[in-house]
Write a protein that binds this ligand. Structure first.
Ligand SMILES: Cc1ncc(COP(=O)(O)O)c(C=O)c1O
Length: 386
């Protein structure tokens, strides 16, 4: 096949079917999924309740435009706000949700600049890429949007960079693509306080951490944070493209008619799926995610930390980073896992990254750890004999 721009390095098999936590390729090989399609299909694959919700909508109307009332959008929006009177603007992706957040912060504060963090990832459109802390992926596209400054994540020196000329500070509570680096609770709170002190908005990107991934609907809830704006996407409709920007009510006056919009934003199929996802992510479900994740983390520490090639394990809930020694390329570990019929991910700095479906049973998660241990041992033996 050669009709696609080569923007992705693809593994040489195609996923054609899914069931629960398992995926099947075109040859019928079955895989235990520890990726959720990069943190998207938290509720798994071919889920009856979700299929039914989307199918019902499919036979009603696929698309209507945003010129008319939408009780579906209202219902999803009401559940996305952590406070009852928050407002939502829908988008089609995490990137677009962040783009909306940056626009709103500029308009609301009348200020231009943002503080973002090294190794952050917020998307690849001009604005979201501007505040992404990865120089490599900006190459060839500069200059982007003026006004982004960067500081070190989890570093108290960053507080001095939060100045009264900032529109906002944008951050992930756990940096995902950046290597699964969890924010320090006290530091995050200090960032929030400094934002308040200088009148800058706190923008939290929950695109990867949100929708139950860390054991709460949004990761910031576990840190007692109160962002002015937060963004969601990935797991929101379990795979139907959607994004959302959620903001405090008082910001509504800056996003009036004509200020922002998108043809497909809040599409009925995505909204039907999102409504069902939010129904399924109830407190019992979220607590179970936290409990399963705690057992998995403990098991990983017991089973993997002794291996020479594992330097540390990081993350929160079912967002996990296994940091490998530089001598062991993470790509080789992924290939070995594929041979063992397990799908996993990588992240910056030679990190083996796991984003298993939130519905995975405790046994499946521990099988995943077992398979990773086998894969690491196999790669180590192969490296030793090479
Ligand atoms: C934290 C974060 N923000 C934004 C994005 C961009 O989201 P999307 O790929 O849906 O545009 C991602 C994607 O990985 C992400 O992890």
């Amino acid at each position: 096949m050669n009709h696609l721009f080569p923007t992705y390095t693809r593994f040489p098999f195609e996923i054609v079917k899914g069931q629960g936590t398992h995926l099947f390729d075109e040859k019928g090989n079955e895989y235990l999924d520890l990726t959720s399609g990069i943190g998207v299909c938290g509720l798994g694959y071919n889920v009856k309740e979700l299929n039914d919700a989307v199918e019902q909508q499919l036979h009603q109307v696929w698309h209507t435009s945003n010129l008319y009332e939408s009780s579906l959008q209202e219902s999803v929006a009401a559940k996305l706000g952590v406070e009852p009177d928050m407002l939502v603007s829908f988008a089609n992706s995490g990137t677009e949700a962040n783009e909306a957040a940056l626009k709103l912060a500029r308009k609301a504060t009348g200020r231009l600049d943002f503080l973002a963090f090294d190794h952050s990832f917020h998307g690849r459109s001009a604005g979201s890429l501007t505040v992404t802390g990865n120089q490599g992926i900006k190459e060839g596209f500069l200059p982007l949007v003026p006004g982004a400054r960067f500081a070190k994540y989890n570093d108290y020196a960053a507080l001095d960079e939060i100045k009264p000329d900032l529109a906002g500070v944008i951050l992930e509570v756990v940096q995902g693509e950046g290597g699964v680096i969890a924010g320090d609770a006290k530091w995050l709170k200090a960032v929030e306080e400094k934002c308040h002190a200088v009148g800058a908005l706190l923008l939290i990107d929950e695109v990867q951490t949100g929708m139950g991934r860390t054991g709460s609907l949004f990761a910031f809830e576990q840190f007692g944070l109160h962002p002015d704006i937060y963004t969601v996407a990935k797991g929101l409709a379990n795979g139907i493209p959607v994004g959302a920007m959620v903001g405090k009510k008082e910001l509504g006056q800056y996003f009036g008619p004509g200020s922002h919009g998108s043809t497909f934003a809040g599409n009925p199929l995505a909204m039907a799926a999102a409504q069902q996802v939010l129904k399924m992510l109830d407190n019992d479900f979220l607590n179970a995610v936290g409990q399963k994740a705690a057992v998995m983390h403990q098991t990983m520490e017991n089973e993997l930390l002794d291996l020479d090639m594992v330097k540390s394990i990081s993350g929160l809930g079912l967002m996990i980073g296994i940091h490998l020694d530089q001598s062991v390329p993470v790509g080789q570990v992924l290939d070995q896992l594929h041979a063992q019929h397990v799908l996993a991910l990588s992240a910056r700095d030679n990190t083996l990254r796991l984003l298993p479906p939130l519905i995975a049973s405790q046994d499946e998660l521990l099988t995943g750890v077992d398979e990773i241990k086998k894969a690491l041992n196999a790669v180590e033996s192969a490296t030793a004999t090479a």
